[in-house]
Ligand binder design. Structure first.
Ligand code: SAM
Length: 269
């Protein structure tokens, strides 16, 4: 998917996505910020910011003398972020609708953070280099990804559920998920190192909670998997839902596993 298509899916998902903010995105965004440690007065880029799960905590941390730019292609999510930032009086936080891989600003950043975004880039390595290139010498790059055998277990179940209605998805059955490139601490460390970053450390965060069967479908619709059912007639969507819920039962999945890796590296200089 290109950035425009990704933005369309997440924008359409804004209600379901923000329905998971309190249980998933915000706590993990807070933890990302706790590792990134934006300091008062710093300039921060939150790449793929969504509704601001990590951009808002960063804006609180940098204080009135700091600046945070939250960049995303999903206007529907950005609107939620803008409303919350306005309510909190966070005028140092700007949400901008743009492809982050085209984003540039006049001054370099002290911190670039990207939570659950890099695996959407058409070329993860080029995208990572591009983001790291926006840092000042000595600046920090922070990336948050899903830990292996957690969230990614849902994707093949979603693909298998949708494939009978969408034959073009069949070629993805059993295929690699881009998030697998950064789903262990060793892989995140190696990836950050390949971007030219140093002083790398990776934190592993266990984050699970019950997933009630009635919450499984709203979760499907909140995520990129939503793209699988876009444009399908209602009866086909119902069949995808039934197969997805059955697939979760058969796999014994009754928890939402948002366990994550938060990697940080510093640009030399
Ligand atoms: C799983 S969401 C995570 C959002 C947010 N970081 C959070 O933790 O709640 C991934 C986000 O990446 C955005 N995204 C993917 N590729 C992008 C790109 N090239 N430029 C800007 N945003 C992008 C999507 O629109 C989506 O909002």
């Amino acid at each position: 998917m290109n950035a425009e298509a990704i933005g369309g899916v997440f924008s359409a998902a804004h209600q379901e996505f923000t329905g998971w903010s309190a249980r998933l995105w915000r706590p993990l965004g807070e933890i990302t910020t706790a590792v990134a440690r934006p300091a008062p007065g710093e300039r921060v880029l939150d790449a793929c910011c969504g509704a601001g799960a990590s951009a808002i905590p960063a804006a609180l941390a940098v204080g009135p003398g700091g600046v945070v730019h939250g960049i995303d292609v999903a206007e529907g999510l950005l609107e939620h972020g803008r409303r919350e930032a306005t309510a909190l009086g966070l005028d140092r936080l700007r949400f901008v609708n743009a492809d982050v891989l085209d984003w540039r600003d006049d001054s370099p950043y002290d911190l670039v953070q990207c939570a659950y975004g890099v695996f959407f880039f058409p070329d993860m390595d080029a995208g990572g280099r591009r983001l790291a290139g926006l840092l000042r010498p000595g600046g920090r790059f922070v990336v948050t990804t899903w830990l292996r055998d957690g969230m990614a277990r849902l994707v093949p179940i979603g693909v298998a559920a949708a494939a009978p209605e969408r034959p073009e998805l069949a070629e993805h059955l059993g295929g690699a998920n881009p998030s697998e490139r950064v789903d262990t601490a060793e892989k995140v460390r190696a990836w950050l190192s390949s971007l030219g970053l140093r002083e790398i450390r990776v934190e592993q965060v266990q984050f699970t909670q019950p997933l009630h069967p009635d919450d499984a479908w709203p979760f499907f619709l909140s995520a990129a998997m939503r793209g699988f059912v876009e444009g399908l007639p209602p009866d086909a969507v119902d069949r995808v839902r039934a197969r997805f819920e059955r697939g979760l039962r058969e796999a014994g999945i009754d928890t939402l596993d948002g366990s994550s890796l938060i990697g940080m590296g510093r640009l030399p200089g």
